[in-house]
Design a protein around this ligand. Sequence first.
Ligand code: AMP
Ligand code: MG
Length: 333
Amino acid sequence: METVILKPSEENIAKCAELIRKGETVAFPTETVYGLGASALSSRAAEKIFAAKGRPATNPLIIHVADKAQIEAVAETDDKSRRLIDALMPGPLTLVLPKKSVVPDIVTAGFDTVAVRMPDHPVALALIREAGVPVCAPSANTSSRPSPTMAQHVYDDLCGRVPVILDGGKCPLGLESTIINMTESVPRIMRAGSVDSSDIERVIGSVNKESVMIDSLADIKTPAHFVPKAELTFSAFYENMCSVIIGYYDTVALLRGRRPVILCTAEHAAEYGGREISVVGESVSDYASCLFEKIREAEKNNYDLIIAEGVPLGGIGTTLMSRLMKLSNGNVI
Ligand code: AMP
Ligand code: MG
């Protein structure tokens, strides 16, 4: 299959919407990462997503919608979930809700719940609206690779496996959505994302945050979610972090004949002397938005060991650290 990259003009979005209605897949940008979409109401369409990504059938897909009516079409909502929908959607928040029977089992991997989100991205919203069906869409990477944040990443992973990639430029947030399971008596955060637990608690009161990091570890034990081509290790955040990273770089890395690179914020760049570095911006949110891109870039530049700086926990810092935990399979300096 030939894979084309298209600019998201009105005409091209209409073409892609038509492909989705016909049961094909389309890769498209969202505010978090690129998604690989197909009609959420067709098991044959959803099958193509699992096949293209090499995704295990046990891993359910998130359904993307353009409006509230589409949420009601696929899921049962209650007062709390409706308040969250009103307050925080569109946005990088996914709700796990009881599923309606129109959703084929393959989409939810056999669960009686369904994950739903409304992306805050004009191209994603226009595509879903125009398709006229809810669109199930996991990240548009090969399973076990870092999520794609640019059309080129999708092309690198899925060329020949998807017909179209809509190129909407870089995804502004760069990390996947926050997931909250609304079917438990106290809603539980299942994955940290750009929507912080405090944003959610302001709307619906207290939520269970205990498993934000534990959940990431649980993921590590199942077939690895992320397998970067270069080995990744990361540091916790503390005062003398840079000197510990330097020690690791100089001894462990170079003595073993590795080609390491340090992912660091601009603030610390000078501290690493002449060592190989890749600057991830100035702030924790800069770092979060380019983490996956910097990892793919380091792989392309043939580094075989990526040493990532840690950041303070809290807000997007917790989200970033949870992804470093996954990406490194728990490999902390
Ligand atoms: P992604 O790979 O970013 O599309 O995210 C999909 C993730 O959403 C899955 O790996 C699950 O962690 C979560 N998820 C999707 N559907 C469900 C569901 N029905 N119940 C619980 N978690 C879900
Ligand atoms: Mg994914």
